[in-house]
Design a binder for this molecule. Structure first.
Ligand code: NAD
Ligand code: UFG
Length: 352
């Protein structure tokens, strides 16, 4: 058995897919999630898919006492920290909730990690930290700026991680900046299950295709892009999950290449983009989804959405060079797997 990993937010969309990838790579995992935006059913299904039950603890990252009990009970090599709230609009309406959950939750987790001398962390950051990019593709040295509390909370945690790595060089802190995760596990058993009406494009399209929503509103057709609609770097969630395994392997290599007397780190704070490096427009995604699902996707053009940028896609070179990771799956795969999940689970994890 390989190292043991604590996965915060492991019941959520990206976390549940990553649990499978970690298990397949031989890691022993413990999932910690308060289920504020996920369901126990996701964990049950992951357990069925991997053929063994996952160790799941319901708890909050702001609960230091509960975290301490877990660190006493388990010897972790690293923490993968997905737990966080992620709805941009909600963050504007409830900034204190977002700073408390995402920033205070991360600080509490880091304090407990420090106390138990677990100093390897993989943090879920976002391309949102780049704001409106000055140049494309976006590399990790691009200027960071955010316009909403959700993005600010991700940026704040990145700053905390940077400061921490300066203060104590034994920390190994990888910040994975995800571009636009979409798709589902090919089994169709787990996937993205948004509460209420989806804010994001792919779940909206798939709910139109399955007949739950009437038509898609496309926010703007006058952007300086290939067809006037927004361009994003969509990445299949199973590729993204694999990126976490590669990041973990990297931390292990660094740990094993250090001599036992060397307490300084060679990783420090390391931001890495996880994207495909390719941009796809909203209209291109809609037409691929319609083709794959063989369902009509009615749409209308409406005004631009406040805060949206025209184009956003990654330079994925650093992930390839350092982690040996690159995305493999296509836009067609992303649409096919999303449709598989959506058509098998029209109401998500909720059976009714
Ligand atoms: P998700 O909401 O499906 O998963 C997050 C999980 O964290 C949920 O299961 C939720 O219940 C849990 N959680 C939230 N706050 C918690 C807390 N205080 N304590 C314990 N558990 C808590 O979201 P996701 O799409 O899987 O995203 C995972 C991470 O990746 C998040 O940090 C998100 O901000 C980040 N991210 C997501 C995207 C995206 O488009 N999905 C893009 C960039 C970054
Ligand atoms: N869009 C529509 N109609 C919709 C939803 C989206 O036209 O109903 C368009 C948007 O205008 C944008 C594109 O589809 O051009 C993608 O929008 P999403 O909401 O799916 O994704 P964003 O790029 O706006 O943001 C997402 C997450 C952020 C994250 C960011 C980068 O919501 O939290 O990706 O990772 F920070």
């Amino acid at each position: 058995m390989k190292n043991k990993i604590l996965v915060t937010g492991g019941a959520g969309y990206i976390g549940s897919h990553t649990c499978i990838a970690l298990h397949e790579a031989g890691y022993d995992i413990v999932v910690y999630d308060n289920l504020s935006n996920s369901s126990r059913e996701a964990i049950n299904r992951v357990s069925t898919l991997i053929g063994q039950s996952i160790e799941f603890i319901k708890g909050d990252t702001r609960d230091a006492e509960m975290l301490k009990q877990i660190f006493v009970a388990h010897q972790f090599f690293a923490v993968i920290h997905f737990a966080g709230l992620k709805a941009v609009g909600e963050s504007v309406a409830k900034p204190l909730l977002y700073y408390n959950n995402n920033v205070s939750g991360s600080i509490t987790l880091l304090e407990v990690m420090a106390e138990y001398n677990v100093k390897n962390l993989i943090f879920s950051s976002s391309a949102t930290v780049y704001g409106d990019p000055e140049t494309l593709p976006i590399d990790e040295n691009s200027k960071r700026s955010c316009t909403n509390p959700y993005g600010q909370s991700k940026l704040a945690v990145e700053h905390i991680l940077e400061d921490l790595s300066v203060s104590d060089q034994s920390w190994n802190l990888i910040s994975l900046r995800y571009f636009n995760p979409v798709g589902s596990h090919p089994s169709g058993q787990i996937g993205e299950d948004p509460n209420d009406i989806p804010n994001n494009l792919m779940p909206y399209i798939s709910q139109v295709a399955v007949g739950k929503l009437e038509k898609l509103s496309i926010f703007g057709n006058d952007y300086p892009t290939v067809d006037g609609t927004g361009v994003r770097d969509f990445i299949h969630v199973t590729d993204l999950a694999q990126g976490h395994v590669s990041a973990l392997n990297y931390l292990e290599q660094q740990a094993s290449s250090k001599s036992s007397s060397d307490t300084t780190s060679s990783v420090g704070f390391l931001p890495i983009n996880l994207g495909t490096g390719k941009g796809t427009s909203v209209l291109e995604l809609v037409s691929t989804f319609a083709k794959v699902s063989k369902q009509p996707i009615p749409y209308q053009f409406v005004a631009r959405r406040a805060g949206d940028v025209a184009s956003c896609y990654a330079s994925a070179d650093k992930a390839k060079a350092l982690l040996g990771w690159q995305a493999k799956l296509s836009i067609t795969d992303m649409c096919q797997d999303t449709w598989h999940w959506q058509s098998m689970n029209p109401n998500g994890y909720n059976e009714t």
